[in-house]
Write a protein that binds this ligand. Structure first.
Ligand code: GLU
Length: 400
């Protein structure tokens, strides 16, 4: 008899984490691997956040916190939504979890019945698909095109909606493409959602502060759909706090309560010390905080450099990302070519070829639903990026 449940047997591994683990393994064996696989800022957590965490320990915030988060944190999150996004929430609508990934997982668990459909514009962040599937839902992928900056159109969404549609899931700024939806584009999506009263939207805004083109726009700003939008955010990317594991939702009360109930049965709450540190992060105004601005400007410089280097490689199709810290170039011009008799047939072959022959870890586009591309994270130093891009260009030139 099979030991493991079908649920876990049928679940795909997270390729972002798997490629990162492979890169670490090779490095531990002495290989000079440059990892562009994981989306993790290479900055340290701001000092004031660290000070708040140390104080939390000294003040004995070491007991079980309330399941959805400390009252002052939920209040601070509401103030953040007001200050940064012009959104009004009550603390009861906020549920703080162990990372945005858990927030999205819980949301799928409380919204999706077996057979319900979740519309996921492709390319999508790697975990959406498995999160929906493990809830018993059916993923309905809507392929976007590089020519439309990988953004779904209202017409495409309308065509994908059926009586079984429960949820639409997307990120803006986008992981893996780095694109972001303008206010007008979000209005277009909201118009479609407004026509379908049983459809909810999961808006993943974790890359909000890494935006190179202007003000962040939330779909929850539109009154006619705001009661069906669940906004997901956290501190990992914008505050260089990946390891603290803090994410949160701002949701209609009934959904927040359901997530709270579920969380009470699985993690009880997230870490008390990380929560207190996050109160401090929430006080940081992104328009004036030097930590946030410095990070964003550093990412911008790297983005410009990587864009130039990628654009100089023959055959690649590259778009200039507007946010987050990823490139998602189309590398399919190299499919069908070989190195030492091994043909590159798809994005997995390409990612492994680059890892094995160029010592550069990337993530195969197929993990994000687009096999023509690979994902490169530029959350690493300019020197390493320059060397990684040099190696990639050389490896691609060696394919015949
Ligand atoms: N979200 C980051 C990424 O896409 C971290 C790894 C993960 O959770 O997928 O690389």
């Amino acid at each position: 008899m099979e030991i493991l449940s079908n649920r876990i047997l049928e679940m795909a591994e997270s390729e972002t984490l798997a490629m990162t683990a492979k890169a670490r393994e090779l490095k531990a064996q002495g290989r000079d691997v440059i990892s562009l696989s994981i989306g993790e800022p290479d900055f340290n957590t701001p000092d004031r956040v660290k000070v708040a965490a140390k104080k939390a320990i000294d003040d004995n915030f070491t007991h079980y916190p309330p399941v959805p988060g400390y009252p002052d944190l939920r209040e601070a999150v509401c103030q953040k939504f007001k200050r940064d996004n012009g959104l009004d929430f009550k603390p009861e609508q906020i549920v703080v979890s162990t990372g945005a990934k858990q927030s999205i997982y819980q949301l799928a668990q409380v919204l999706i019945n077996p057979g319900d459909e979740a519309i996921i514009p492709t390319p999508f962040w790697v975990s959406y698909k498995e999160i929906v599937r493990v809830a018993g839902g059916k993923c309905v992928f809507v392929k976007t095109s590089i020519d439309n900056d990988f953004k779904v159109t209202p017409e495409q969404l309308e065509a994908a909606i059926t009586p079984k549609t429960k949820l639409i899931m997307f990120s803006s700024p986008s992981n893996p493409t780095g694109m972001l939806y303008t206010k007008e584009e979000l209005r277009g999506i909201a118009d479609v959602v407004a026509r379908h009263p049983n459809v909810f939207v999961m808006a993943d805004e974790i890359y909000e502060h890494i935006n190179f083109v202007g003000k962040h726009e939330s779909i929850a700003q539109f009154d006619d759909v705001k009661d069906r939008v669940i906004t997901v955010n956290g501190v990992a990317k914008g505050f260089a706090m990946t390891g603290w594991r803090i994410g949160f939702i701002a949701a209609p009360l009934v959904i927040a309560k359901a997530c709270n109930k579920l969380q009470g049965q699985i993690t009880s709450a997230t870490c008390s010390i990380a929560q207190k540190a996050t109160v401090e992060a929430m006080l940081m105004d992104p328009t004036t905080s030097e930590d946030i601005i410095n990070m964003r400007e550093t990412f911008r410089k790297r983005r410009d450099m990587v864009f130039q280097m990628l654009s100089a490689i023959p055959g690649l199709k590259v778009r200039m990302p507007q946010g987050a810290f990823y490139f998602f170039p189309d590398v399919s011009a190299y499919y069908g070519k070989s190195f030492n008799g091994n043909e590159i047939k798809n994005s997995t072959d390409m990612a492994f070829y680059l890892l094995n022959e160029a010592n550069v870890a990337t993530v195969m586009g197929s993990a994000f639903g687009d096999d023509a591309c690979i994902r490169l994270s530029y959350a690493t130093s300019e020197d390493l990026l320059r060397e990684a891009l040099r190696r990639i260009a050389e490896a691609l030139a060696n394919l015949k």
